[in-house]
Write a protein that binds this ligand. Structure first.
Ligand code: FE
Length: 206
């Protein structure tokens, strides 16, 4: 298996409300930790994939089962955090008129309504909120996850990803998750999200 290289934080600036210390812990410790485990699991699975070890695929417990469960947890832990970091470091206080905001306005009525709905979903979930481009029906949809490998829908490509685990905000906001989410939008990088959206919204299955 090829080794996955961790990506640096895509911004250097200090964020509004979310401290440098929180970002260091979040990126350098937690995110890097998922990359390490993703690579470790990939190496172990590789020995089965290449036939060097014979897998005993027992569904109650087996090495292959444990690796399969850990694989999606670690890999989504890496990818979801990369989408999350990619969406920070901008000046979200000004919402630009671009392909993404036009599509969001068309889907949700107004940008205020989208942000309200997405933020409320962030209060309702225990892990993640994801705005995704659904390649099956070619719509923007909001999904929520309580764990990295739970709640995701295959065929949906993330555009905006918000981490609502307590490690993302507790140091700076205590239990006030709503204040963290409000500041998330102030730091939001609409240009980065739009670049992603323009790249993926041409992908259609039909
Ligand atoms: Fe996180």
């Amino acid at each position: 298996m090829q080794t996955y290289e961790p990506k640096p934080l895509p911004f250097q600036k200090d964020l509004i409300g979310i401290s440098r210390r929180t970002m260091e812990i979040h990126h350098d410790k937690l995110y890097q930790g998922y990359v390490t485990k993703m690579n470790e699991i990939g190496q172990e699975l590789g020995t089965f994939a290449r036939g060097e070890k014979e897998p005993a695929g027992n569904q109650t417990y087996s090495a292959l089962r444990a690796l399969r469960a850990g694989e999606t947890f670690a890999t989504n832990g890496v990818y979801l955090h990369e989408y999350y970091f990619n969406g920070l470091g901008g000046d979200g206080r000004t919402i630009p008129d671009n392909a993404l905001t036009q599509a969001l306005t068309k889907t949700f009525g107004t940008m205020e309504q989208f942000i309200k709905y997405f933020s409320a979903s962030g209060m309702a979930m225990r892990g993640w909120v994801v705005l995704a481009w659904d390649v099956q029906d070619q719509n923007l949809r909001v999904y929520g996850c309580d764990a990295h490998n739970q709640g995701g829908v295959w065929g949906c490509l993330p555009v905006i990803v918000l981490d609502v685990y307590e490690h993302a905000y507790f140091l700076d906001y205590g239990s006030d998750r709503a204040a963290y989410i409000a500041d998330y939008w102030k730091n939001f990088n609409w240009d980065a999200a739009n670049r992603l959206f323009e790249h993926i919204n041409t992908f259609r299955l039909t």
